[in-house]
Design a protein around this ligand. Sequence first.
Ligand SMILES: Nc1nc2c(c(=O)[nH]1)N=C([C@H](O)[C@@H](O)CO)CN2
Length: 139
Amino acid sequence: MSACETGTDMGQGNDDNARADMVFIEGLEIEALIGIYDWERRIRQPLRFDLEMEFDNRKPAASDAIADTLDYKAVSKRLIEYVSQSGFGLVETLAERCAELVLREFDVARVRLKLSKPGAVRGARAVGVAIERRRSGAG
Ligand SMILES: Nc1nc2c(c(=O)[nH]1)N=C([C@H](O)[C@@H](O)CO)CN2
């Protein structure tokens, strides 16, 4: 196995590895007030979040310390808190606000976020949006 494959080289290959690393949250279900129709303003609907957050895996792997990583539980709890009290019309707006929150409040330079609204369209398993955002100033 090459140095690049083991992640032990300190050259360009190492930087490429760092960009590829991520902490992810898959299928986070949160109920929220969301939708553009009158009937939707009177109920709460389930939403599902999938996130990929760029994060260099090597530092926490070296220390084995939670303080050195991006705590996916902390991110999940904060999203649950925010989304549960939100009340936007469009999934686009909520997705944008959630991506901003992650970039602002956590040590994340780039986030991919998919927001699914299951059951919103008959015949479709889910509909929604997927966005990718970088912290301004981040490479
Ligand atoms: N691109 C979008 N299209 C639609 C949205 C939305 O948020 N973004 N919302 C609705 C309704 O609220 C729908 O989910 C009710 O079934 C319709 N289209």
